[in-house]
Write a new protein. Structure first.
Length: 503
C-alpha cells in the first residue's frame, strides 16, 4: 500500500483554488475510484491519465487506485487536473519519489500520448499557488508566457509526462519562455486619424486621465466610433497588479487559450444585439464565462448605438459602475466577477440620425419615436456619466496630435493624481469617494460657490460630485494644485453639454 500527494488547481469564477490530490494504491480488484465532487470532465481524467501513462512507457498500477480531491466541498471541473492526478498515480506506484511531487502544483491537460496541453485558467491557478506560498509550478508550454508574469512564484513548462519526471529528478531542464511581455510598438489605430473634432479629442483626453464615463452624441459619420476606438492608445499601460487581474480574466474567458499577458487596458465593444449573458457573464455547469463587462476590467467598455441596446442591458450597467463588480446568481454558481471599467457610450441624436444635420436631409422621426429613443438611456444611468459630449459635424480636415503625444500628457496627469492619492486605495479622480470631495478634495472657494449653485440649479448632489471629479482632472492636466473656479465651470459645462437627444 502506498499513498502519494500532489497539488493541482481549479478555477471558480475567475479565481484559482489549489486542489490537493491524494492517490492511494492498494491490493484488490483493479478499479479506479475518484472522489471529491468531480464533474464529468474530471471523471474522464482517469481515462486520459491511464492512456497517457501507458503511452509514455510508464506502468499503470494493478490493484485498487483511490484518488481523492480536496477540499471535498469545492466542485472540480475542467481537464486542468489531469497532470496532478497522473503525477499522484506515478508517486503512489513508486515511479517518481513522493517528495519530488509533494510541494509542486501541476497544471495541465494530458494528451493520450502523454503531452501536456494548454488549459484555460492556467494563470489564476498559478496565482493561487503563489498566494499559498508554493513556488514550484509546472504548467503546459502553451500557457507558459502568461504564467511567468506572476512575480512571486517560478512557473516552468514541460512538454510531456517523461519531461516532467526528468525535470523533477533534476535530469533535464524545463522549458523557459522568452520574455515577450512587451509594450506593443505602434497601435494600428492612431488618434491623428480623427480629423477636425478638436473639442472631442480633448474631451477624450480628459476622460482618459480621470477614467471618466463619457456619452458622445452626434450625427452618423462625425467620428464617434473612430474616437472611442482610439482611447486605448492614449491610456497609460496597466500596472503590475492590473496586468495580473486582467490577464487572469482573459485566461479564463477564452474562447481560445490565451497565452499573452494583457499589458494595455482592454477595450470591449459588444454589439447592441448582445444578450445579457454576453454582457454580464454566463454559467454552464460550474464553468463561469466572464461577459464583456468583466473582460473590460481595468479598461474600457464601449457601447456604440447605445439606445439600440435593450433597456435591461443598459440598466445592468448601473451596479458594476457603482461597485466595480458584476453579481451572478445561478443555481450552480453564485458570486461576483470583477468589472471595474470606464464606460463610453455613443448615440445618434435621433433614430434616423438627421436631427442635428443642417443639410437637405431633415429628421423624419415622430415625437413619440424621439421620446422613446431619448428615454432608452435612463436618468439613473445618465447620472453616472461624467462627460456628455455633443459632437458637431466635421468642419475641418485638420490633423491633430498622435496618440503617443497625447498619451504622454495623460500619463503625466495620472502621475500627479496618483501622488495626491498616495495614502488612499484609489489612483484616479473618478474614484474619489463623495465623502472626501467636500472635505479633503474640495476646490478653491470660488469654485466651491459655483458648485453649490449648480447643486441648487439642476446638477443635484451626485451631479456636483461628478463635476468636481472632472474639475480635478482638468487641474491635473493644467498642473494646478487645486481646481479653480474656471476648472469647476468647465467641468459643469462638460457634464451638461446640451444633449440633442433630451430635447
Ligand atoms: Zn430623426
Amino acid at each position: 500500500m502506498a499513498l502519494a500527494r500532489s497539488y493541482g488547481a481549479v478555477v471558480s469564477g475567475v479565481c484559482g483554488h489549489l486542489v490537493r490530490v491524494e492517490v492511494d494504491h492498494s491490493r484488490g480488484l483493479p478499479t479506479v475510484g475518484l472522489v471529491g465532487l468531480p464533474d464529468a470532465s474530471v471523471i474522464e481524467s482517469k481515462h486520459r491519465s491511464k492512456t497517457a501513462i501507458m503511452n509514455s512507457g510508464l506502468s499503470w498500477p494493478r490493484g485498487r487506485v483511490t484518488i481523492s480531491l480536496s477540499p471535498a466541498e469545492l466542485r472540480k471541473h475542467g481537464a486542468g487536473l489531469d497532470l496532478a492526478i497522473a503525477m499522484g498515480i506515478l508517486g503512489a506506484t513508486g515511479q517518481i519519489a513522493i517528495e519530488h511531487i509533494a510541494n509542486t502544483v501541476f497544471v495541465g491537460e494530458l494528451g493520450l500520448d502523454g503531452s501536456v496541453r494548454a488549459v484555460p485558467g492556467a494563470l489564476p491557478s498559478v496565482i493561487a499557488a503563489a498566494q499559498a506560498g508554493v513556488n514550484s509550478v509546472i504548467v503546459p508550454p502553451g500557457n507558459l508566457v502568461q504564467c511567468q508574469i506572476v512575480p512571486t512564484t517560478c512557473a516552468v513548462a514541460c512538454l510531456d509526462l517523461n519531461h516532467v519526471i526528468a525535470y523533477l529528478r533534476g535530469d533535464r531542464e524545463p522549458l523557459h519562455a522568452e520574455n515577450s511581455a512587451t509594450f506593443p510598438a505602434d497601435e494600428l489605430t492612431d488618434l491623428s486619424d480623427v480629423l477636425g473634432q478638436d473639442d472631442a479629442r480633448w474631451a477624450l483626453e480628459v476622460a482618459a486621465v480621470g477614467r471618466h464615463n463619457m456619452f458622445m452624441i452626434g450625427s452618423p459619420g462625425v467620428g464617434k466610433t473612430l474616437l472611442a476606438h482610439r482611447i486605448s492608445g492614449i491610456l497609460p499601460p496597466l500596472r503590475q497588479e492590473e496586468i495580473l487581474e486582467a490577464t487572469a480574466i482573459h485566461s479564463v474567458a477564452g474562447p481560445s487559450v490565451c497565452n499573452q499577458p494583457i499589458t494595455r487596458p482592454p477595450f470591449e465593444a459588444p454589439h447592441h444585439s448582445a444578450t445579457m449573458a454576453a454582457l454580464m457573464g454566463s454559467v454552464h455547469g460550474h464553468k463561469v464565462t466572464p461577459g464583456a463587462m468583466t473582460r473590460a476590467h481595468h479598461g474600457v467598455l464601449f457601447l456604440d448605438e447605445a439606445p439600440e441596446f435593450s433597456r435591461n442591458a443598459l440598466e445592468a450597467l448601473r451596479q458594476p459602475l457603482e461597485s466595480g463588480q458584476v453579481a451572478l446568481s445561478r443555481s450552480s454558481w453564485t458570486g461576483s466577477l470583477p468589472a471595474k471599467f470606464q464606460l463610453l457610450l455613443a448615440a445618434n441624436p435621433c433614430p434616423c440620425g438627421n436631427a442635428l444635420t443642417d443639410t437637405v436631409k431633415a429628421c423624419e422621426c415622430t415625437s413619440m419615436a424621439l421620446r422613446k429613443y431619448a428615454l432608452q438611456v435612463s436618468g439613473p444611468l445618465r447620472d453616472r456619466i461624467d462627460i456628455n459630449l455633443l459632437i458637431p459635424g466635421v468642419r475641418s480636415m485638420a490633423m491633430g496630435e498622435s496618440s503617443g503625444i497625447v498619451r504622454e500628457r495623460v500619463i503625466a496627469a495620472r502621475q500627479a493624481a496618483s501622488r495626491r492619492f498616495a495614502e488612499f486605495p484609489w489612483a484616479t479622480n473618478s474614484e474619489i469617494p463623495a465623502t472626501l470631495l467636500r472635505t479633503k478634495f474640495c476646490p478653491e472657494s470660488e469654485g466651491h460657490d459655483l458648485l453649490n449653485t449648480y447643486v441648487g440649479n439642476s446638477g443635484g448632489l451626485r451631479g456636483s460630485h461628478r463635476a468636481l471629479r472632472v474639475a480635478w482632472t482638468l487641474a491635473d492636466l493644467a498642473d494646478r494644485k487645486r481646481p479653480t473656479k474656471e476648472d469647476v465651470a468647465l467641468a459643469i459645462h462638460l457634464r451638461n453639454s446640451e444633449s440633442a437627444m433630451a430635447a
